[in-house]
Design a binder for this molecule. Structure first.
Ligand code: ASP
Ligand code: MG
Length: 476
């Protein structure tokens, strides 16, 4: 049995939901034809229609500021959009109960925002109750849409099937309880040959209070459900072809990475691997369940597979990620050589000013670090001045070449650095995992350096890939 998770753009409107239906149908047929394949499933996990979670949180903000009218107007738009999208449910007798349920939810939300606007305060608990509505509604629409297209589905309420702690807006799943709840709510429809459809992102505490798993949490839901039900594969259907070997805004011909290990995916995460945050699929990886990233607009693309380990025979390097707008800070001890406790004092200053440090290199007398966020750098330099002298250099870039092969082939890191050619390397770092080699260069040199590394290690054929996945600067 597989879990198929569809993100917001894959349920955005009627055509998107029709594509989803075709994909689920194809999966059912493929499973039926596979010898020894179990005919159960898939379990479908959906996000809210694209943009809806942002809108609902906007409604909460309006209510919190006392703007009832603004909040109501937004809710009216959202109601109308959901009712329109529900036209994908062709069978009127299936559609009407969903429309009634939509109307009830929105009536309730209107009452809630009116009350919140009086209080002018939205607690995290209410924030979750509001935000969860997006997935509760999208999953009801998709369940009925599948059934009306002759794929018998059952709506499973995630507030019953996913049990979490009470940490609102960032709840953590309770696996034993969730497994039991899924056995009660998702297993019977599976056993009856139906397709359970549930909203991602949403859960509830043991006492039934609605929670959410944090933004982008639907992937996490898919991994939790897959892990608890022992799925054979988890598919993350999105709107890109998969992870790319490099940022297509910088490199001309990035390829889709066919297969990467979980550790490689984690190394790439820092660079804003927007497709999927590896932490969210951890429950799947822990159970050794393969995760596949696929494009719902181009089902023929092979996508990217993530597994605990990947075959050694594949290419040694997986991707090259990069990040612009980085500041290098060179810090030299003003005491003789590196005084004892120097590093501790140094990092304490960064900690005091809440500035994360990314790449670090050290020599006997100096330390270089990179930071993304230089807003508090003046205070940091001031804080360091008691024991060290610091200089900054802005407009730098980090390049991180990732591949499990670096671990096995001692020559490889040197070859990577050599391929950069005459571009000056400002810092070079390789951690004990030896799964990446990271270097810092001037931002102006990035296109040349990245182009050369990519040309040498990744460019094999012109790529059809269309969108960035790795190497996007975070927040870009
Ligand atoms: N709808 C939620 C969000 O936008 C969860 C998700 O889509 O993954 O954050
Ligand atoms: Mg997402």
């Amino acid at each position: 049995m597989k879990v198929m998770k569809f993100g917001g753009t894959s349920v955005a409107d009627q055509p998107a939901i029709e594509r989803l239906i075709a994909l689920v149908r194809a999966e059912r047929q493929a499973e039926a034809q596979t010898e020894g394949g179990d005919a159960r499933g898939p379990v479908v996990v959906v996000s809210a229609l694209s943009g809806v979670t942002d809108r609902l949180l906007g409604v909460a903000a309006l209510a919190g500021s006392g703007d009832v009218e603004g909040a109501r107007t937004s809710l009216q738009d959202l109601r109308a959009r959901h009712i329109k999208v529900s036209e994908v449910i062709k069978d009127q007798s299936l559609r009407q109960p969903v429309v009634d349920s939509l109307n009830r939810e929105f009536d309730e939300l209107e009452r809630v925002v009116t009350a919140l606007a009086v209080l002018q305060e939205v607690s995290p608990r209410w924030l979750d109750a509001l935000a969860a509505t997006g997935e509760i509604l999208s999953s009801q629409i998709v369940a009925a849409a599948l059934t009306s297209h002759k794929l018998l589905a059952s709506y499973v309420d995630s507030r019953k099937a996913v049990v979490t702690d009470g940490e609102h807006t960032a709840a953590a799943p309770m696996f034993e309880e969730t497994t039991a709840a899924l056995m009660t709510h998702a297993d019977p429809p599976l056993a009856a040959g139906r397709i359970p459809v549930m909203g991602g992102f949403v859960g509830a505490t043991t006492s039934g209070v609605t929670t959410t798993l944090g933004r982008g949490g639907s992937d996490f839901s898919a991994a939790i459900v897959g892990a608890c039900l022992g799925a054979s594969e988890i598919q993350i259907w999105t709107d890109v072809d998969g992870m790319l070997t490099a940022d297509p805004r910088i490199v001309k011909n990035p390829q889709v990475v066919p297969h990467l290990s979980f550790a490689e995916a984690s190394e790439l995460a820092y660079f804003g691997a927007k497709v999927l945050h590896p932490a969210t699929i951890q429950p799947a990886v822990a159970r050794n369940i393969p995760v596949r990233i696929l494009n719902s607009h181009r089902a023929t693309a092979r996508g990217t597979l993530i597994t605990g380990e990947r075959p050694k025979a594949d290419r040694p390097l997986t991707a090259v990620a990069s990040k612009k707008g980085v500041t290098v800070v060179d810090i030299t001890s003003t005491r003789m050589l590196m005084a004892h406790g120097f590093l501790r004092r140094l990092f304490e200053v960064f900690e005091r000013f809440k500035t994360p440090v990314d790449v670090v290199t050290t020599s006997e007398v100096s330390v270089s670090v990179t930071i993304d966020d230089a807003r508090r750098l003046l205070s940091i330099i001031e804080g360091l001045s008691g024991f060290a002298h610091a200089e900054r250099e802005d407009q730098m870039a980090i390049v991180c070449v990732v591949g499990d092969g670096l671990h096995d082939d001692p020559q490889l890191a040197a070859n990577v650095l050599r391929s950069v050619g005459d571009v000056p390397l400002r810092m070079v770092s390789q951690a004990a995992s030896r799964r990446n080699i990271t270097f810092v260069i001037r931002e102006a040199d990035l296109p040349a350096a990245l182009g050369r590394v990519h040309e040498k290690f990744f460019a094999t054929q012109p790529s059809l890939a269309s969108r960035a996945t790795v190497g996007k600067p975070v927040g870009a």
